[in-house]
Design a protein around this ligand. Sequence first.
Ligand code: G16
Length: 542
Amino acid sequence: MSAPIRVATRPIPGQKPGTSGLRAKTRVFMQPHYLENFVEAVWAGLGGIAGKTLVLGGDGRYFNDRAAQVIMRMAAASGASRVIVGQNGLLSTPAASHLIRTRGADGGVILSASHNPGGKDGDLGVKVNISNGGPAPEAVTARIHAATQALEQYLIVESQDLDLARPGRQRLAETVIEVVDPVADYADLMERLFDFSAMRALIADGFSLRFDAMHAVTGPYAIEILERRLGAEPGSVINAVPLSDFGGGHPDPNPIWAKALHDAVFAPQAPDLAAASDGDGDRNMILGRGIYVSPSDSLAVLAAHAHLAPGYAGGLAGVARSMPTSTAVDRVAAARGLPCYATPTGWKYFGNLLDAGRVTLCGEESFGTGSDHVPEKDGLWAVLMWLNILAATGKSVAAILHDHWAEFGRTYYSRHDYEALDADVAQALIEDLRSSLPGLAGDDAGPLRVSRAEDFAYTDPVDGSSSTGQGIEITFEGGARAVLRLSGTGTEGATLRLYLERYSPDDPSLDPQAALTPVITAVEALTGLTCRTGRTAADVIT
Ligand code: G16
């Protein structure tokens, strides 16, 4: 084994971590030094890697395997004591998070661009987690970004590829490389949180389940948990084999990209519960026979029923949502006397609240839900929480949802995404709106009147750190709300996200898009969105 090689390099512009790590086109990551530069900066952001333990895995997308080999060589070159890597380089994000905690690791690197498409012409990403198991907070990502701008060299050892196909230990220079089963520990954790015997009994009684792994990382996890441990019929997990291009699809669990699954619940022989997860297993979509559960409603329902699962029988300390997520969960929190926090978009902002024991459940409109079991959102966890609630109540998904709306009222909600916009156009739209905010309260906007308009800023109640410019929030008289912000996870131009919400105290069962029409009209009046972007409709509506 040769000594570490110092490779001279230069800063590569644009290596700024976004909402969740660095994302770029796969071909960009494949350019000379691109991955290596960023990884060297990650070591700097983590305060060095010498003598430390790192967890490493990914969602199996194209270049995952090559990138894992490079990262192990770089970790060895910089003196890491151990790299714990998922078999075949695979680990879901929540499983990686759990491993970091159970093994007392100092951090983790997850190779994933989440729900973005994969393949040579798709996207790749590097997510960075810290020793609490959660995504690197802003202070760390800022250090990483600063390091990318000052790099002159990186260290790497030369070696043959390590064999990641079999669990066991090997050595790379002075570093122990430990290949682990990616599924077992995570599945055991789920058994401790949920009532597996009740869920097994429900399934044995004929309850049908369909889980779409979208050819991404959750396939092996779902087979083990849903089919092997819970006894769901073989074939209940579909698209279960991780493929490097996700079979050509977007591993994005929403009604657009998981359309076949969505349509199946509205067809004859619909499963009782259907769900999907994303590339790296941290997102979820929940469907029941004849019904789609919006992520914001899902969070509210879980908050209202979590005590039915053994791991949460003691009740919740509090709940948190990202600011653009609907206020449905706030109503549950108010009714149950629970603290409720609104944070900026990005799971990293939940980390301190979870670590401090202030909240037990968190969720986002972007198909993410989770709890204090790991400081990451967790797709399969959400599916099991729903299944546990269904087993405990004996109700259908539709009945749970309608009963929820009857008790708490219904918060109509939708997100409209305008993708691959000219970045300057999108930025100018946001800036113009931002500068108009001070005088907006009291103004008419289409059929609505603005009651409050602000640029969301957050002060973390645990460590006092603050984040500004986190989305424009406009509240209208009567309680409707619109939020506008630019996505931090895209890789092409800019994606404008428009989040729309309107509360109704009962459940008039309107179509959400129809219920939200006045809010859409109001936003158009305030921004001139159609004219400025040249788009007459959103690209993706969830
Ligand atoms: C990441 C973050 C989430 C965020 C989502 C969308 O999820 O972890 O907190 O809600 O991106 O962010 P944006 O609106 O900036 O695109 P993931 O699953 O992509 O890692």
